[in-house]
Design a protein around this ligand. Structure first.
Ligand code: SF4
Length: 385
């Protein structure tokens, strides 16, 4: 099967358009900025799947036409640029050609809104149906759920996809009104994430994970607002992952003169969201300043430990899992290994921690080993404070 050039040219326009939309974890070959137009490198991402496997993921829009007017977005209706649209048939065929050539192993499929959310969702679902039914594709599919999609469409998308996502864009109604004046936070967006979770709970089976994305730094939202919503989503609607996309001004949009968001803010938000999801922290415990922002200069777990553990170190031979996860350098896997190792004998020095894959130098200022602070802690102490 030869690759059709018309469809390839569209892909070179539509694939790089997803660079503003983080989806799966992206490895070293992943891109954050539009690539040259002469190859597919801006459409194919070296992505880490939820189970840890790496695949070549094709990321594309079905169409860059959009009837909405989100103030930050490159695809907003009024902006003048060259748009492109795939039919479901065209995109499914092109993907299978790339799959058979070994260029792409999975697909992330999003879209501008054209003809309303439900009609757009129909075309996304039709594309995934063609892949699953006509071409018998069993690999990874991530489908976007459009604003205003119907409950039956959410169910249909979940039956076809390995992951679904609804971009909330902002942490609450007020911020969304400033970012995307015609999107309705609860009714049009959040409700779809609730439906995903309802379906997972009501109908036993193997269902896709769900994610969302926030645009960070465009409308003065604070970190505490973003992370309060993130915590709610993890606890109440079973969200697997929140993505934080630092605002980058796009020429020809109302926010073109707004400053870009420093990448370090994204990093601190990700680190904090993992503390909420995997480490048992609550949003109230995170080290926000009086304005509700995280310190950019410090990892939030380290900042918390400096405030709470510096003078009350944790004895690693007796602490429970929850307390172990509070120690910098100890993650969920390290905590499990440490709990297992403790049954075989007492942990006495930092070398015992290193053998377990724990970052001993980060943990050292905040722990006791057999009742004593680790030997080389005094050397690290001034650096850590
Ligand atoms: S609906 Fe999506 S594609 Fe359309 S303007 Fe808003 S963010 Fe951009």
């Amino acid at each position: 099967m030869g690759v059709e050039m018309d469809a390839l040219e569209k892909l070179k326009l539509l694939g790089p358009a997803t660079c503003f939309e983080p989806a799966e974890e992206v490895g070293a070959a992943g891109r954050r900025s539009p690539p040259p137009r002469d190859d597919l490198s801006g459409c194919i991402y070296n992505a880490v799947m939820p189970g840890g496997k790496r695949i070549a993921l094709l990321k594309t829009l079905l169409t860059s036409a959009c009837e909405r007017d989100c103030r930050y977005c490159a695809f907003r209706q009024e902006r003048d640029f060259r748009r492109a649209t795939f039919t479901p048939d065209e995109l499914a065929r092109l993907f299978m050609q790339l799959y058979q050539k070994g260029v792409a192993e999975g697909i992330f499929l999003s879209s501008g809104v054209a003809g309303g959310g439900p009609r757009t969702e129909d075309r996304l679902i039709a594309t995934a149906e063609l892949l699953r039914q006509r071409y018998d594709f069993r690999g990874y599919i991530h489908l976007k759920i459009m604003p205003g999609a119907e409950r039956e469409q959410v169910l249909a998308a979940m039956r076809l996809a390995d992951r679904v996502s609804v971009n909330l864009e902002a942490p609450n109604t007020e911020r969304l009104a400033r970012l995307a004046p015609h999107k309705v936070f609860t009714e049009e967006l959040l409700q779809r994430l609730r439906w995903v979770e309802e379906i997972r709970r009501e109908m036993p089976g193997r269902w896709p994970s769900s994610t969302t994305q926030f645009v960070v730094g465009a409308v003065d939202e604070s970190d505490v607002e973003l992370l309060t919503t993130t915590e709610f989503l993890h606890r109440q609607v079973g969200l697997a992952r929140a993505y934080f996309s630092g605002f980058a001004p796009v020429p020809g949009t109302p926010l073109e003169d707004h400053s870009p968001t420093p990448p370090l803010r994204e990093l601190r938000l990700y680190q904090s969201s993992f503390l909420l999801r995997d480490y048992g922290f609550t949003v109230e415990e995170l080290p926000f300043d009086v304005g509700g922002y995280l310190p950019l200069g410090s990892d939030p777990k380290l900042a918390w430990a400096r405030r709470h553990l510096a003078y009350a170190p944790i004895e690693l031979n007796t602490a429970d899992r929850r307390d172990l996860l509070r120690v910098p350098g100890i993650g969920p896997k390290g905590a499990e290994k440490l709990l297992r190792e403790r049954r075989r004998g007492r942990l006495r020095d930092l070398a015992d921690l290193r053998k377990l894959g724990i970052v001993a130098r980060r943990a050292a200022p905040f722990v006791l080993l057999d009742g004593r602070r680790p030997a080389h802690q005094l050397r690290l102490w001034p650096i850590s404070l």
